[in-house]
Write a protein that binds this ligand. Structure first.
Ligand code: ADP
Ligand code: ZN
Length: 510
Protein backbone atom coordinates (compact mmCIF):
# COMPACT_ATOMS: atom_id res chain seq x y z
CA UNK A 1 0.00 0.00 0.00
CA UNK A 2 2.76 2.44 0.98
CA UNK A 3 4.76 1.60 -2.11
CA UNK A 4 1.82 2.41 -4.38
CA UNK A 5 1.13 5.64 -2.50
CA UNK A 6 4.71 6.71 -2.90
CA UNK A 7 5.18 5.56 -6.46
CA UNK A 8 2.07 7.05 -8.02
CA UNK A 9 1.17 9.92 -5.72
CA UNK A 10 4.49 10.83 -4.17
CA UNK A 11 3.29 10.75 -0.54
CA UNK A 12 5.15 9.03 2.28
CA UNK A 13 2.38 8.28 4.73
CA UNK A 14 -1.34 7.79 4.79
CA UNK A 15 -3.61 10.30 6.41
CA UNK A 16 -6.06 9.41 9.16
CA UNK A 17 -8.60 6.91 7.93
CA UNK A 18 -7.02 6.20 4.55
CA UNK A 19 -5.10 3.09 5.56
CA UNK A 20 -8.10 1.39 7.20
CA UNK A 21 -10.38 2.06 4.26
CA UNK A 22 -7.83 0.86 1.75
CA UNK A 23 -7.12 -2.36 3.70
CA UNK A 24 -10.80 -3.27 3.75
CA UNK A 25 -11.06 -2.88 0.00
CA UNK A 26 -7.86 -4.79 -0.61
CA UNK A 27 -9.37 -7.60 1.53
CA UNK A 28 -12.49 -7.62 -0.62
CA UNK A 29 -14.73 -5.95 1.97
CA UNK A 30 -16.95 -2.93 1.37
CA UNK A 31 -16.42 0.21 3.42
CA UNK A 32 -17.69 3.72 4.00
CA UNK A 33 -15.34 6.66 4.60
CA UNK A 34 -16.54 9.93 6.08
CA UNK A 35 -13.59 12.26 5.70
CA UNK A 36 -13.58 16.04 5.72
CA UNK A 37 -13.25 18.06 2.53
CA UNK A 38 -9.62 17.99 1.52
CA UNK A 39 -9.08 14.93 3.69
CA UNK A 40 -7.93 12.79 0.77
CA UNK A 41 -10.92 10.70 -0.22
CA UNK A 42 -9.74 10.01 -3.78
CA UNK A 43 -6.63 8.16 -2.62
CA UNK A 44 -8.94 5.80 -0.71
CA UNK A 45 -10.21 4.25 -3.93
CA UNK A 46 -7.28 5.05 -6.20
CA UNK A 47 -4.70 3.10 -4.20
CA UNK A 48 -6.80 -0.08 -3.73
CA UNK A 49 -7.96 0.24 -7.34
CA UNK A 50 -4.36 -0.02 -8.48
CA UNK A 51 -3.70 -2.92 -6.11
CA UNK A 52 -6.77 -4.88 -7.17
CA UNK A 53 -6.06 -4.41 -10.86
CA UNK A 54 -8.76 -4.65 -13.50
CA UNK A 55 -11.07 -1.66 -13.74
CA UNK A 56 -12.21 0.61 -10.93
CA UNK A 57 -15.52 2.27 -11.63
CA UNK A 58 -15.87 5.65 -9.92
CA UNK A 59 -19.41 6.99 -9.78
CA UNK A 60 -19.59 10.69 -9.07
CA UNK A 61 -22.29 13.33 -9.49
CA UNK A 62 -19.57 15.95 -9.91
CA UNK A 63 -19.10 16.14 -13.65
CA UNK A 64 -16.97 19.27 -13.33
CA UNK A 65 -14.35 17.41 -11.29
CA UNK A 66 -13.97 14.37 -13.51
CA UNK A 67 -11.68 15.94 -16.04
CA UNK A 68 -9.25 17.21 -13.38
CA UNK A 69 -9.18 13.86 -11.65
CA UNK A 70 -8.60 11.96 -14.86
CA UNK A 71 -5.93 14.43 -16.00
CA UNK A 72 -3.98 14.07 -12.80
CA UNK A 73 -4.22 10.27 -12.87
CA UNK A 74 -2.96 10.26 -16.44
CA UNK A 75 -0.15 12.59 -15.43
CA UNK A 76 0.83 10.07 -12.77
CA UNK A 77 1.07 7.38 -15.42
CA UNK A 78 -2.28 5.77 -14.62
CA UNK A 79 -4.75 5.07 -17.42
CA UNK A 80 -8.03 6.74 -16.63
CA UNK A 81 -11.01 8.09 -18.54
CA UNK A 82 -14.39 9.62 -17.90
CA UNK A 83 -17.74 9.44 -19.59
CA UNK A 84 -20.07 12.39 -19.20
CA UNK A 85 -22.23 14.74 -21.20
CA UNK A 86 -19.34 17.16 -21.80
CA UNK A 87 -17.63 14.77 -24.21
CA UNK A 88 -17.91 15.06 -27.96
CA UNK A 89 -19.25 12.02 -29.80
CA UNK A 90 -15.84 11.14 -31.23
CA UNK A 91 -14.15 11.36 -27.83
CA UNK A 92 -16.80 9.15 -26.34
CA UNK A 93 -16.36 6.52 -29.06
CA UNK A 94 -12.64 6.49 -28.44
CA UNK A 95 -13.15 5.85 -24.74
CA UNK A 96 -15.68 3.10 -25.37
CA UNK A 97 -13.20 1.42 -27.67
CA UNK A 98 -10.47 1.83 -25.07
CA UNK A 99 -12.71 0.19 -22.49
CA UNK A 100 -13.34 -2.77 -24.77
CA UNK A 101 -9.58 -3.17 -25.12
CA UNK A 102 -9.17 -3.01 -21.30
CA UNK A 103 -7.04 0.08 -21.72
CA UNK A 104 -8.17 1.82 -18.54
CA UNK A 105 -7.64 1.27 -14.83
CA UNK A 106 -10.17 3.91 -13.77
CA UNK A 107 -13.45 4.99 -15.31
CA UNK A 108 -15.35 7.98 -13.93
CA UNK A 109 -19.06 8.20 -14.71
CA UNK A 110 -22.07 10.21 -13.61
CA UNK A 111 -25.07 8.31 -12.17
CA UNK A 112 -27.30 9.41 -15.07
CA UNK A 113 -25.21 7.33 -17.44
CA UNK A 114 -26.72 4.19 -15.95
CA UNK A 115 -30.08 5.12 -17.49
CA UNK A 116 -28.64 3.98 -20.80
CA UNK A 117 -29.17 0.29 -21.45
CA UNK A 118 -26.19 0.16 -23.80
CA UNK A 119 -23.93 1.47 -21.08
CA UNK A 120 -25.19 -1.06 -18.56
CA UNK A 121 -24.67 -3.87 -21.05
CA UNK A 122 -21.18 -2.68 -21.76
CA UNK A 123 -20.30 -2.65 -18.05
CA UNK A 124 -21.30 -6.30 -17.84
CA UNK A 125 -18.49 -7.10 -20.27
CA UNK A 126 -15.80 -5.38 -18.21
CA UNK A 127 -13.51 -6.66 -15.51
CA UNK A 128 -14.76 -4.39 -12.71
CA UNK A 129 -12.96 -5.07 -9.44
CA UNK A 130 -13.94 -2.06 -7.34
CA UNK A 131 -16.83 0.37 -7.43
CA UNK A 132 -16.34 3.71 -5.70
CA UNK A 133 -19.28 5.95 -4.82
CA UNK A 134 -18.07 9.51 -4.51
CA UNK A 135 -20.23 12.11 -2.73
CA UNK A 136 -22.15 9.14 -1.39
CA UNK A 137 -24.52 11.28 0.67
CA UNK A 138 -26.32 12.02 -2.63
CA UNK A 139 -27.51 8.38 -2.61
CA UNK A 140 -29.57 8.93 0.50
CA UNK A 141 -33.01 10.41 0.71
CA UNK A 142 -31.95 11.85 4.06
CA UNK A 143 -28.96 13.59 2.52
CA UNK A 144 -29.08 17.29 1.74
CA UNK A 145 -28.45 16.74 -1.95
CA UNK A 146 -30.44 13.64 -2.81
CA UNK A 147 -30.11 12.41 -6.43
CA UNK A 148 -32.74 9.78 -7.23
CA UNK A 149 -30.77 8.56 -10.24
CA UNK A 150 -27.79 7.91 -7.98
CA UNK A 151 -29.89 5.69 -5.74
CA UNK A 152 -31.08 3.67 -8.72
CA UNK A 153 -27.52 2.91 -9.71
CA UNK A 154 -27.18 0.77 -6.58
CA UNK A 155 -29.71 -1.78 -7.81
CA UNK A 156 -27.65 -2.30 -10.90
CA UNK A 157 -24.20 -2.32 -9.28
CA UNK A 158 -25.22 -4.92 -6.67
CA UNK A 159 -24.80 -7.67 -9.25
CA UNK A 160 -21.07 -7.06 -9.44
CA UNK A 161 -18.97 -9.36 -7.37
CA UNK A 162 -16.59 -6.72 -6.05
CA UNK A 163 -16.26 -4.51 -2.98
CA UNK A 164 -17.84 -1.05 -2.76
CA UNK A 165 -16.23 2.02 -1.30
CA UNK A 166 -18.50 4.94 -0.49
CA UNK A 167 -16.94 8.28 0.46
CA UNK A 168 -18.46 11.57 1.56
CA UNK A 169 -17.61 14.59 3.70
CA UNK A 170 -21.03 15.01 5.22
CA UNK A 171 -23.21 12.26 6.59
CA UNK A 172 -25.61 12.40 9.48
CA UNK A 173 -26.47 9.17 11.28
CA UNK A 174 -29.53 8.61 9.08
CA UNK A 175 -27.53 9.08 5.90
CA UNK A 176 -24.79 6.82 7.17
CA UNK A 177 -27.23 4.01 8.02
CA UNK A 178 -28.93 4.42 4.69
CA UNK A 179 -25.68 4.13 2.72
CA UNK A 180 -24.62 1.15 4.83
CA UNK A 181 -27.81 -0.78 4.22
CA UNK A 182 -27.88 0.05 0.50
CA UNK A 183 -24.31 -1.10 -0.04
CA UNK A 184 -24.14 -3.77 2.64
CA UNK A 185 -21.43 -2.12 4.71
CA UNK A 186 -20.99 -3.37 8.27
CA UNK A 187 -20.55 -0.98 11.20
CA UNK A 188 -16.90 -1.81 11.79
CA UNK A 189 -16.11 -0.79 8.22
CA UNK A 190 -17.35 2.75 8.61
CA UNK A 191 -14.39 5.03 9.12
CA UNK A 192 -15.21 8.47 10.31
CA UNK A 193 -12.53 11.03 11.00
CA UNK A 194 -13.38 14.25 12.70
CA UNK A 195 -15.19 16.72 10.53
CA UNK A 196 -13.60 19.46 12.61
CA UNK A 197 -11.86 22.25 10.69
CA UNK A 198 -9.62 24.09 13.09
CA UNK A 199 -8.81 26.97 10.75
CA UNK A 200 -12.42 28.06 10.32
CA UNK A 201 -13.91 30.74 12.55
CA UNK A 202 -17.71 30.53 12.53
CA UNK A 203 -19.85 33.56 13.20
CA UNK A 204 -23.56 34.09 13.45
CA UNK A 205 -24.66 37.61 12.78
CA UNK A 206 -28.34 38.23 13.52
CA UNK A 207 -28.23 41.58 11.82
CA UNK A 208 -31.05 43.72 10.51
CA UNK A 209 -28.68 45.53 8.22
CA UNK A 210 -27.38 42.74 6.07
CA UNK A 211 -26.59 44.90 3.07
CA UNK A 212 -24.52 47.31 5.05
CA UNK A 213 -22.70 44.50 6.82
CA UNK A 214 -21.79 42.69 3.62
CA UNK A 215 -20.60 45.87 1.92
CA UNK A 216 -18.41 46.83 4.83
CA UNK A 217 -17.03 43.34 5.22
CA UNK A 218 -16.12 42.94 1.58
CA UNK A 219 -14.53 46.39 1.42
CA UNK A 220 -12.49 45.66 4.50
CA UNK A 221 -11.29 42.39 2.97
CA UNK A 222 -10.70 43.71 -0.53
CA UNK A 223 -7.63 41.66 -1.25
CA UNK A 224 -9.20 38.41 -0.16
CA UNK A 225 -11.14 35.89 -2.12
CA UNK A 226 -14.60 35.16 -0.78
CA UNK A 227 -17.99 33.67 -1.58
CA UNK A 228 -21.30 35.26 -0.70
CA UNK A 229 -24.19 32.81 -0.82
CA UNK A 230 -27.67 34.27 -1.21
CA UNK A 231 -30.97 32.39 -0.97
CA UNK A 232 -32.44 33.29 -4.35
CA UNK A 233 -31.34 34.35 -7.83
CA UNK A 234 -33.08 37.66 -7.30
CA UNK A 235 -31.06 38.30 -4.20
CA UNK A 236 -27.84 37.45 -6.06
CA UNK A 237 -28.73 39.96 -8.78
CA UNK A 238 -29.64 42.63 -6.24
CA UNK A 239 -26.36 42.27 -4.38
CA UNK A 240 -24.45 42.26 -7.62
CA UNK A 241 -26.05 45.56 -8.64
CA UNK A 242 -25.01 47.17 -5.38
CA UNK A 243 -21.49 45.85 -5.69
CA UNK A 244 -21.27 47.24 -9.20
CA UNK A 245 -22.29 50.68 -7.91
CA UNK A 246 -19.55 50.45 -5.33
CA UNK A 247 -17.08 49.28 -7.97
CA UNK A 248 -16.36 46.05 -6.11
CA UNK A 249 -14.80 43.55 -8.47
CA UNK A 250 -17.06 40.51 -8.36
CA UNK A 251 -18.86 37.90 -10.40
CA UNK A 252 -22.08 35.93 -10.03
CA UNK A 253 -23.38 32.39 -10.43
CA UNK A 254 -26.87 30.95 -10.42
CA UNK A 255 -28.96 28.47 -12.37
CA UNK A 256 -30.62 31.27 -14.35
CA UNK A 257 -27.43 32.05 -16.26
CA UNK A 258 -26.50 30.28 -19.46
CA UNK A 259 -24.03 27.42 -19.30
CA UNK A 260 -21.41 29.62 -20.94
CA UNK A 261 -21.88 32.48 -18.52
CA UNK A 262 -21.69 30.13 -15.58
CA UNK A 263 -18.48 28.56 -16.79
CA UNK A 264 -16.93 31.92 -17.56
CA UNK A 265 -17.84 33.41 -14.21
CA UNK A 266 -16.65 30.37 -12.36
CA UNK A 267 -13.31 30.53 -14.17
CA UNK A 268 -12.94 34.24 -13.33
CA UNK A 269 -13.39 33.43 -9.68
CA UNK A 270 -11.20 30.34 -9.61
CA UNK A 271 -8.38 32.17 -11.41
CA UNK A 272 -8.62 35.16 -9.07
CA UNK A 273 -9.67 37.62 -11.79
CA UNK A 274 -12.72 38.32 -9.65
CA UNK A 275 -12.01 37.80 -5.97
CA UNK A 276 -15.66 37.89 -4.92
CA UNK A 277 -18.33 35.42 -5.99
CA UNK A 278 -22.00 36.11 -5.29
CA UNK A 279 -23.99 32.94 -5.87
CA UNK A 280 -26.89 30.71 -5.02
CA UNK A 281 -26.21 27.22 -3.72
CA UNK A 282 -25.95 26.12 -7.36
CA UNK A 283 -22.33 27.23 -7.07
CA UNK A 284 -19.54 25.29 -5.49
CA UNK A 285 -19.98 21.56 -5.98
CA UNK A 286 -16.61 20.39 -7.16
CA UNK A 287 -14.93 23.76 -7.11
CA UNK A 288 -11.37 23.29 -6.03
CA UNK A 289 -10.19 26.71 -4.94
CA UNK A 290 -8.02 26.61 -1.90
CA UNK A 291 -7.54 30.27 -0.97
CA UNK A 292 -11.13 31.28 -0.20
CA UNK A 293 -10.74 33.43 2.93
CA UNK A 294 -14.40 33.88 3.78
CA UNK A 295 -17.82 32.45 3.03
CA UNK A 296 -20.73 34.69 3.93
CA UNK A 297 -24.27 33.35 3.93
CA UNK A 298 -26.56 36.24 3.22
CA UNK A 299 -29.50 33.95 3.97
CA UNK A 300 -29.75 30.95 6.23
CA UNK A 301 -29.60 27.61 4.35
CA UNK A 302 -32.06 24.80 4.83
CA UNK A 303 -29.96 22.54 6.98
CA UNK A 304 -26.60 22.25 8.70
CA UNK A 305 -25.22 19.80 6.15
CA UNK A 306 -25.70 22.32 3.37
CA UNK A 307 -24.35 25.05 5.57
CA UNK A 308 -21.24 23.14 6.58
CA UNK A 309 -20.53 22.02 3.05
CA UNK A 310 -20.89 25.54 1.64
CA UNK A 311 -19.10 27.29 4.50
CA UNK A 312 -16.42 24.59 4.36
CA UNK A 313 -15.30 25.90 0.97
CA UNK A 314 -13.39 28.50 2.95
CA UNK A 315 -9.83 27.79 3.98
CA UNK A 316 -9.12 24.58 2.15
CA UNK A 317 -5.46 25.62 2.22
CA UNK A 318 -5.54 25.37 5.99
CA UNK A 319 -5.14 29.12 6.60
CA UNK A 320 -7.39 31.02 8.97
CA UNK A 321 -10.73 31.81 7.32
CA UNK A 322 -14.16 33.04 8.35
CA UNK A 323 -17.63 31.57 7.87
CA UNK A 324 -20.32 34.09 8.59
CA UNK A 325 -24.01 33.34 8.70
CA UNK A 326 -26.25 36.37 8.47
CA UNK A 327 -29.59 35.58 9.82
CA UNK A 328 -33.02 37.13 10.07
CA UNK A 329 -36.39 35.67 10.94
CA UNK A 330 -37.40 36.10 7.30
CA UNK A 331 -34.85 33.45 6.35
CA UNK A 332 -36.87 30.92 8.32
CA UNK A 333 -39.97 31.76 6.33
CA UNK A 334 -38.11 31.48 3.04
CA UNK A 335 -36.89 28.00 3.96
CA UNK A 336 -40.33 26.96 5.19
CA UNK A 337 -41.66 27.98 1.83
CA UNK A 338 -39.01 25.93 -0.01
CA UNK A 339 -39.87 22.93 2.14
CA UNK A 340 -43.58 23.29 1.44
CA UNK A 341 -42.84 23.00 -2.28
CA UNK A 342 -40.67 19.89 -1.93
CA UNK A 343 -41.58 16.21 -2.17
CA UNK A 344 -44.19 15.50 0.50
CA UNK A 345 -42.62 12.29 1.72
CA UNK A 346 -39.53 14.10 2.98
CA UNK A 347 -41.10 17.30 4.28
CA UNK A 348 -41.19 16.16 7.90
CA UNK A 349 -37.53 15.25 7.82
CA UNK A 350 -36.67 18.56 6.23
CA UNK A 351 -38.58 20.43 8.90
CA UNK A 352 -36.60 18.62 11.57
CA UNK A 353 -33.37 19.58 9.87
CA UNK A 354 -34.49 23.17 9.57
CA UNK A 355 -35.08 23.20 13.33
CA UNK A 356 -31.47 22.17 13.90
CA UNK A 357 -30.33 24.89 11.53
CA UNK A 358 -32.37 27.46 13.43
CA UNK A 359 -30.96 26.14 16.68
CA UNK A 360 -27.48 26.89 15.32
CA UNK A 361 -28.38 30.55 14.94
CA UNK A 362 -29.59 30.77 18.53
CA UNK A 363 -27.29 28.55 20.53
CA UNK A 364 -24.80 29.98 22.99
CA UNK A 365 -22.59 26.90 22.66
CA UNK A 366 -19.50 26.75 20.48
CA UNK A 367 -20.67 27.01 16.85
CA UNK A 368 -18.18 24.58 15.37
CA UNK A 369 -18.96 22.25 18.27
CA UNK A 370 -22.67 22.47 17.51
CA UNK A 371 -22.08 21.49 13.88
CA UNK A 372 -19.75 18.59 14.71
CA UNK A 373 -22.18 17.40 17.32
CA UNK A 374 -24.95 17.39 14.74
CA UNK A 375 -22.99 15.02 12.53
CA UNK A 376 -21.52 12.95 15.28
CA UNK A 377 -23.25 13.14 18.67
CA UNK A 378 -20.53 10.97 20.22
CA UNK A 379 -17.60 13.19 19.41
CA UNK A 380 -16.31 15.07 22.40
CA UNK A 381 -15.61 18.67 22.03
CA UNK A 382 -13.77 21.50 23.49
CA UNK A 383 -14.99 24.93 22.49
CA UNK A 384 -13.06 26.06 19.41
CA UNK A 385 -12.04 29.35 20.94
CA UNK A 386 -12.59 31.33 17.77
CA UNK A 387 -16.29 31.24 16.86
CA UNK A 388 -18.49 34.18 17.75
CA UNK A 389 -19.92 32.33 20.76
CA UNK A 390 -16.54 31.29 22.12
CA UNK A 391 -15.20 34.81 21.66
CA UNK A 392 -18.10 36.53 23.33
CA UNK A 393 -18.16 34.22 26.30
CA UNK A 394 -14.65 32.92 26.79
CA UNK A 395 -14.05 29.33 27.77
CA UNK A 396 -13.48 27.97 31.25
CA UNK A 397 -11.87 24.76 32.32
CA UNK A 398 -14.34 22.70 34.36
CA UNK A 399 -12.41 19.43 34.34
CA UNK A 400 -12.26 19.27 38.14
CA UNK A 401 -15.95 19.81 38.53
CA UNK A 402 -16.64 17.27 35.80
CA UNK A 403 -14.56 14.66 37.65
CA UNK A 404 -16.54 15.24 40.83
CA UNK A 405 -19.93 15.19 39.12
CA UNK A 406 -19.20 12.02 37.17
CA UNK A 407 -17.78 10.14 40.17
CA UNK A 408 -20.79 11.14 42.19
CA UNK A 409 -23.19 10.00 39.48
CA UNK A 410 -21.44 6.63 39.27
CA UNK A 411 -21.64 6.15 43.04
CA UNK A 412 -25.32 6.95 43.03
CA UNK A 413 -25.74 3.82 40.93
CA UNK A 414 -25.67 5.72 37.73
CA UNK A 415 -29.33 6.44 37.27
CA UNK A 416 -30.83 9.29 39.21
CA UNK A 417 -32.80 12.41 38.49
CA UNK A 418 -31.03 15.69 38.03
CA UNK A 419 -32.24 17.45 41.16
CA UNK A 420 -31.24 14.57 43.42
CA UNK A 421 -27.76 14.54 41.94
CA UNK A 422 -27.45 18.26 42.54
CA UNK A 423 -28.65 17.91 46.13
CA UNK A 424 -26.00 15.27 46.83
CA UNK A 425 -23.26 17.32 45.18
CA UNK A 426 -24.30 20.35 47.22
CA UNK A 427 -24.45 18.24 50.38
CA UNK A 428 -28.03 19.17 51.17
CA UNK A 429 -29.80 17.92 54.25
CA UNK A 430 -32.74 16.36 52.43
CA UNK A 431 -35.26 13.57 53.02
CA UNK A 432 -34.75 11.85 49.66
CA UNK A 433 -30.95 12.04 49.98
CA UNK A 434 -31.12 10.36 53.39
CA UNK A 435 -33.66 7.73 52.27
CA UNK A 436 -31.12 6.48 49.76
CA UNK A 437 -28.22 6.92 52.23
CA UNK A 438 -26.52 9.17 49.70
CA UNK A 439 -25.30 11.40 52.54
CA UNK A 440 -22.83 8.59 53.34
CA UNK A 441 -21.17 8.78 49.93
CA UNK A 442 -17.66 10.19 49.71
CA UNK A 443 -18.89 12.52 47.01
CA UNK A 444 -21.60 14.03 49.21
CA UNK A 445 -21.10 17.79 49.35
CA UNK A 446 -18.12 17.76 46.99
CA UNK A 447 -19.38 20.81 45.14
CA UNK A 448 -21.10 22.61 47.99
CA UNK A 449 -19.55 25.94 46.97
CA UNK A 450 -21.76 26.10 43.87
CA UNK A 451 -25.34 27.26 43.47
CA UNK A 452 -27.94 24.87 42.04
CA UNK A 453 -28.13 27.07 38.96
CA UNK A 454 -24.40 26.71 38.34
CA UNK A 455 -24.44 22.96 38.79
CA UNK A 456 -27.26 22.78 36.31
CA UNK A 457 -25.05 24.54 33.78
CA UNK A 458 -22.18 22.14 34.40
CA UNK A 459 -24.59 19.28 33.84
CA UNK A 460 -25.77 20.88 30.60
CA UNK A 461 -22.19 21.06 29.37
CA UNK A 462 -21.59 17.40 30.26
CA UNK A 463 -24.78 16.49 28.42
CA UNK A 464 -23.79 18.56 25.42
CA UNK A 465 -20.42 16.84 25.32
CA UNK A 466 -22.07 13.44 25.50
CA UNK A 467 -20.50 12.36 28.82
CA UNK A 468 -23.92 11.91 30.37
CA UNK A 469 -27.32 11.23 28.93
CA UNK A 470 -30.66 12.29 30.28
CA UNK A 471 -33.50 9.92 29.46
CA UNK A 472 -36.91 9.68 31.08
CA UNK A 473 -35.84 12.24 33.67
CA UNK A 474 -32.87 10.09 34.73
CA UNK A 475 -29.22 10.94 34.34
CA UNK A 476 -26.98 8.17 33.06
CA UNK A 477 -23.20 8.12 32.65
CA UNK A 478 -22.12 7.45 29.08
CA UNK A 479 -19.21 4.97 28.72
CA UNK A 480 -17.20 7.86 27.28
CA UNK A 481 -17.13 9.47 30.74
CA UNK A 482 -14.12 7.23 31.25
CA UNK A 483 -12.16 9.66 29.12
CA UNK A 484 -12.61 12.26 31.81
CA UNK A 485 -12.33 9.93 34.80
CA UNK A 486 -9.32 7.94 33.66
CA UNK A 487 -7.63 9.92 30.92
CA UNK A 488 -8.37 13.25 32.61
CA UNK A 489 -9.64 14.68 29.35
CA UNK A 490 -10.27 18.41 29.63
CA UNK A 491 -13.84 19.63 29.83
CA UNK A 492 -14.46 23.22 28.90
CA UNK A 493 -17.58 25.30 29.34
CA UNK A 494 -18.76 28.76 28.38
CA UNK A 495 -20.44 29.35 31.68
CA UNK A 496 -18.49 31.32 34.19
CA UNK A 497 -19.57 30.32 37.68
CA UNK A 498 -19.66 33.15 40.20
CA UNK A 499 -17.00 31.78 42.53
CA UNK A 500 -14.81 30.34 39.87
CA UNK A 501 -11.18 30.09 40.90
CA UNK A 502 -9.33 29.78 37.70
CA UNK A 503 -10.39 31.56 34.59
CA UNK A 504 -8.92 30.28 31.35
CA UNK A 505 -9.58 32.31 28.27
CA UNK A 506 -8.66 30.45 25.14
CA UNK A 507 -6.10 32.12 22.96
CA UNK A 508 -7.71 33.54 19.86
CA UNK A 509 -6.34 34.19 16.45
CA UNK A 510 -8.01 37.02 14.62
P1 ADP B 1 -11.25 15.23 -0.82
O1 ADP B 1 -11.82 14.54 -2.02
O2 ADP B 1 -11.34 14.43 0.44
O3 ADP B 1 -11.74 16.64 -0.64
P2 ADP B 1 -8.77 14.95 -2.22
O4 ADP B 1 -8.87 13.50 -2.47
O5 ADP B 1 -9.01 15.88 -3.37
O6 ADP B 1 -9.69 15.37 -1.02
O7 ADP B 1 -7.37 15.25 -1.57
C1 ADP B 1 -7.05 16.54 -1.12
C2 ADP B 1 -5.56 16.77 -1.28
O8 ADP B 1 -4.82 15.99 -0.33
C3 ADP B 1 -5.05 16.36 -2.64
O9 ADP B 1 -4.16 17.33 -3.11
C4 ADP B 1 -4.36 15.03 -2.38
O10 ADP B 1 -3.36 14.78 -3.32
C5 ADP B 1 -3.80 15.25 -0.99
N1 ADP B 1 -3.56 13.98 -0.27
C6 ADP B 1 -4.37 12.91 -0.22
N2 ADP B 1 -3.84 11.91 0.51
C7 ADP B 1 -2.65 12.36 0.96
C8 ADP B 1 -1.60 11.80 1.78
N3 ADP B 1 -1.69 10.57 2.30
N4 ADP B 1 -0.52 12.57 2.02
C9 ADP B 1 -0.44 13.82 1.52
N5 ADP B 1 -1.37 14.40 0.74
C10 ADP B 1 -2.47 13.69 0.46
ZN1 ZN C 1 -16.34 27.94 19.30
Amino acid sequence: MEAILKRYFGYETFRTGQRELISYIVNNESALGILPTGGGKSICYQVPGLIRGGLTLVISPLISLMKDQVDSLNAAGINAAYLNSNLKAAEEREILTGLAYKRYQFLYVAPERFNQLAFRQMLNQLDIRLIAFDEAHCISKWGHDFRPSYRQVIHFTRQFDCPFLAVTATATIDVKKDIQSLLGIIDSHVIETSTRRDNLAFKVDPTYQKEKMVREYVKKHQDDSGIIYAGTRKQVEALSEQFSHLKINHTIYHAGLSKNEREENQAKFVHDDCPVMIATNAFGMGIDKSNVRYVIHYNMPQDLESYYQEAGRAGRDGLESECILMFSEQDIRLQQFFISTSDESIQEKKKEKLEKMIHYTKTTQCLQGTIINYFNPDEHLKPCGKCSNCLSQGAYDMTNEALKILSCLIRMKDSVHRLLLIKVLRGEDDREVKDYHYHLLSTYGLLKEYETKELNRFLDTLLFNGYIHEAGGKMICHPSAKEVLIKKMEVMTHYEPVNYKEKVTIKTIS
